[in-house]
Design a protein around this ligand. Structure first.
Ligand code: ATP
Ligand code: MG
Length: 467
């Protein structure tokens, strides 16, 4: 990591951070205190900061700073409009072609929620350059060698690539989490007094099974590791296996917790490290505590939970750690724990719009892979089905689409999404596979027919769910 890179603002994708920390303002801060800093030019205030993520090829050894500047130059040259999605790497730029795998505009709607497309003069692109770690998870076994007590990933990791984008919520949940993390890290970075303003850097996602809670935690860690790369060049995710902390050997459990947290503490001491600790199914800890209190569990269990809470409190003083937790059974979570979480977000089953978008991504993938066919997609290059918003606009216009239009397929897809009410995101992502397996002729099935099969399959799934 070059010196220039670490001096880049902490999270330049967040407007208020950039206004305080951005290069323009830095020049003002270095002026003598007698001259009050002049307000930034109006044009910058009006511009929307849009994140542009640049993935380097695994083979690239280019300096991230050089790539960042090259991408900024490239964006300046192109008077393009900004909407979420990929930007082609310009073939005439050999430096970018040699080093860059993908350029993507992400979350352009975070700040301008009602607007889909931004024009180049409304935008200040904030370029984040990163390379994926291909190492895979490291495992740390518990004392009896049975269960791994935690897994560790170097972020951003190949396994989590695209996970953030694949998770669909229409409630603004992802944006809320991203903003929360940005504020939490900014408060810490600026040394805001904990006694006066309290925040814990603990997130709790709770809700029914299969709604994407664990995936969202991992995806959030990955996203933040990309967005905060300039400030924290190293990031790790520690996934704690809560069950493994309860040793079958009396009094060993406390030691396991101590060992786990001493490892986390070590990582956190390195100030360029950003550490995410994921504790899945946190209610298992609460259950142990309840059972211990009622006398049905050895007192060792209660010590584990207490040790965990104490250790979490200790971590609070470290600026560079975020604790992410999930739970299935909201009512069962330890009240002492719930109280510590800053964000307690309910993650529910997908709404109609989210169901449509999840199934749309599945269908596009099956068309791309050639598993399904559709007359509209004969050219083999473009498998884009209209988005929910576009479909709604079309339906409102009262012109009914002809059978050859992509809107016709989209209407059928909407019917499938309606039929899937009550299914979790996990079940929805499995549905196309189950529907395909139920086809009499699985080769080259027409997309419209396939959607009928999917509606049938979803009915079966729902009835089985109710039994
Ligand atoms: N809202 C969603 N959008 C897209 N995919 C989703 C959504 N919710 C769930 N999924 C899919 O379901 C899969 C399972 O999600 P995950 O294991 O994260 O759920 P969970 O809420 O942690 O479940 P559990 O409570 O059973 O642990 C994910 O891989 C993801 O592909
Ligand atoms: Mg889970």
């Amino acid at each position: 990591m070059s010196a220039t890179e670490t001096s880049v603002p902490m999270d330049i994708s967040i407007p208020h951070i950039t206004e305080c920390n951005g290069p323009e303002k830095e020049a003002t801060i270095s002026e003598p205190p007698a001259a009050p800093p002049s307000p930034p030019p109006l044009i910058n205030q009006e511009k929307v900061l849009v994140s542009v993520e640049v993935l380097l090829k695994p083979s690239s050894t280019a300096q991230t700073e050089d790539v960042r500047l090259a991408v900024e130059r490239m964006l300046e040259k192109r008077s393009m409009s900004y909407a979420d999605g990929p930007i082609p790497v310009p073939l005439d730029d050999t430096f970018l072609v040699d080093n860059v795998q993908r350029i993507c505009i992400c979350d352009s709607d975070v700040w301008v929620e009602k607007q889909d497309i931004l024009l180049f003069w409304q935008v200040k692109p904030v370029v984040h350059v990163f390379q994926l770690s291909e190492e895979g998870p490291c495992e740390e076994l518990s004392n009896d060698g049975q269960l791994a007590s935690f897994h560790e990933w170097i972020l951003p990791a190949k396994e989590f690539d695209g996970m953030w984008e694949s998770l669909i919520y229409d409630s603004g949940l992802k944006q809320r989490l991203l903003r929360y993390a940005a504020s939490a890290l900014l408060f810490t970075e600026k040394g805001v007094n904990h006694v006066l303003v309290s925040w814990n850097r603990i997130v709790l996602l709770h809700g029914p099974p299969g709604t994407g809670k664990t995936s969202l935690c991992k995806a959030l860690a990955q996203k933040l590791s990309i967005r905060f790369r300039a400030r924290y060049p190293q990031c790790q995710l520690i996934e704690v296996n809560a069950h493994s902390l309860f040793s079958k050997w009396f009094s060993e459990s406390g030691k396991l917790v101590a060992k786990l947290f001493s490892k986390i503490q070590e990582m956190v001491e390195e100030e360029n490290n950003l550490v995410f600790v994921l504790i899945d199914e946190v209610e298992s800890l609460a259950a142990a505590r309840k059972a211990a209190l009622s006398g049905s569990e050895p007192s060792d269990s209660i010590r584990v939970v207490n040790a965990l809470l104490t250790q979490m409190d200790k971590l609070k003083s470290s600026p560079n750690v975020i604790i992410l937790t999930t739970s299935n059974i909201t009512a069962a979570i330890d009240i002492a724990f719930v109280d510590r979480a800053d964000i307690k977000a309910y993650v529910g089953p997908p709404t109609l719009q989210a169901r449509y978008e999840i199934l749309r991504s599945c269908l596009e993938e099956l068309l791309r892979a050639g598993i399904l066919s559709n007359s509209e997609f004969q050219d083999g290059s473009n498998f884009l089905i209209p988005s929910y918003t576009n479909l709604r606009e079309q339906l409102d216009s009262a012109v009914s689409p002809d059978t050859a239009s992509p809107f016709y397929l989209a209407k059928q897809l909407l019917a499938a999404a309606e039929a899937c009410e009550g299914l979790s995101g996990r079940s929805l992502r499995k549905l196309p596979f189950l529907a395909h397996a139920a086809l009499a002729n699985p080769f080259g099935c027409e997309a419209g027919k396939f959607l009928h099969k999917m509606i049938e399959t979803s009915r079966r799934e729902r009835s089985e769910m109710l039994e």
